[in-house]
Design a protein around this ligand. Structure first.
Ligand code: ZN
Length: 395
């Protein structure tokens, strides 16, 4: 399919102004002020009044569900591919989490394959919360080198009562395997780190960097907006060269207990002089979000939502963060950490992963992934290439 976007206000995510953008097959073929094309096979789409931005990159999703910390009935559900499409997410990374006993890496790989079949670009991490890491082959190194879809390890838990309480040496050894595996396979080999609420926070990661040759950038700590103290530790970590990730799924109770909403955390980071290029958002979708009453009795179980990823970007824009800056935390920044140069940016040669946003409301109007339309809200004249039927929902 050939699609020519006309009259778009393009954010790459840098603001490029009004451009025409041509998609052929699964790639962006041209971006220029005037592209001349004709023929029956060309779909010309007037997107006046819209922003054209890169498809969103979500670096942490419990694609086969998570939870279970309150007994088997608190296990959460799998990600629905349609929910990702509607949320503008075109690239995502699946993880296990706390439970690597009833949730398995084989199941994670199968779901990863299913999401790719649905038209998304999905990768996953080997390992889980625990060290030694649970792996499919002999170790993390083999998993990264030999299994295509594994691009890193994690989320490994630290500063949390559910972690395996790893030592500096254990964490360093895991990071070295991830680093070498990433180098050999041309992948990021990143160590995704779940950071809990214990006061130690990121100390263990600094100790690894101080006592070995492994740089802070090997680690990718998440949930940094869990509380104000961890947020400040995260700012120092990012200023020292690491990348930090904020979690967009939250509950009213989490906020009452000190979690900093992502939009505000981003605003604080900018004010504190943290390089925005070192900051990302992820949804933690399908993780369990338990609610407790004032006596700490379990009340209900919520689930992280993938739609929260872009909702928090919109919230940040409403707080005054420039559009390009806000978009970068769910596009080019995570793509760079994950070493996915085809993703997260609008440029010639990149994968044609695009989100069409309403300029006024910033609502998602349509989503294209690798040149295929995956979602339309019905407001644009987008028709199915196979049937000619207007797309008013996901295909
Ligand atoms: Zn986590």
């Amino acid at each position: 399919m050939i699609t020519l976007f006309k009259n778009a206000e393009v954010y790459a995510p840098q603001a490029l102004g009004r451009l025409e953008l041509l998609v052929t097959g699964n790639r962006i073929a041209a971006m220029a002020s005037d592209i001349k094309l004709q023929g029956d096979c060309v779909q010309q789409l007037d997107v006046s009044g819209c922003l054209l931005v890169p498809g969103f990159v979500d670096s942490l999703v419990h694609i086969i569900g998570g939870g279970g910390e309150g007994g088997f009935s608190t296990r959460t559900s799998e990600l629905n591919a349609v929910d990702a499409m509607r949320a503008g997410v075109t690239t995502l990374v699946g993880v296990l989490g706390t439970d690597a006993i009833t949730r398995t890496l084989t199941n994670l790989l199968a779901k990863t394959a299913a999401l790719n079949e649905a038209g998304l670009t999905c990768y996953c991490y080997t390992g889980s919360y625990q060290i030694p890491a649970r792996t499919l082959l002999a170790d993390v190194l083999e998993d990264l080198v030999l299994i295509d879809k594994f691009i890193g390890v994690g989320e490994v838990a630290i500063a949390d009562h559910r972690s395996s309480q790893p030592t500096v040496q254990e964490l360093a050894r895991l990071a070295s395997q991830a680093r070498v595996g990433g180098m050999l396979a041309g992948k990021s080999g990143v160590v995704s780190v779940h950071v809990g609420s214990a006061t130690a926070g990121l100390a263990l990661l600094h100790q690894v960097a101080e006592t070995t040759d492994i740089p802070l950038a090997q680690f990718y700590p998440t949930h940094i907006n869990r509380n104000q103290q961890l947020l400040q530790q995260g700012f120092a970590f990012a200023k020292a060269g690491g990348s930090i990730d904020f979690t967009t799924s939250t509950t009213a109770q989490d906020l009452a207990q000190g979690e900093v909403q992502c939009a505000q955390a981003l605003q604080q980071a900018i004010a504190a002089g943290v390089p925005v290029s070192q900051i990302t958002f992820s949804s933690d979708a399908n993780a369990s979000l338990p609610e407790f009453d004032s006596d700490n009795n379990f009340v209900s179980l919520g689930e992280g939502r993938i739609a929260s990823l872009y909702e928090e970007v919109v919230a940040a824009i409403r707080l005054g963060v420039p559009i390009a800056t806000a978009l970068s935390v769910i596009t080019e920044n995570p793509a760079r950490v994950l070493k996915l140069p085809q993703k997260g940016r609008l440029k010639v040669g990149a994968d044609a992963d695009l989100v069409v946003l309403d300029e006024a409301s910033l609502q998602i109007r349509a989503v294209m992934a690798q040149g295929r339309w995956l979602f339309s809200d019905g407001s644009l004249p987008i028709t199915c290439v196979h049937t000619g039927v207007p797309l008013s929902t996901t295909v």
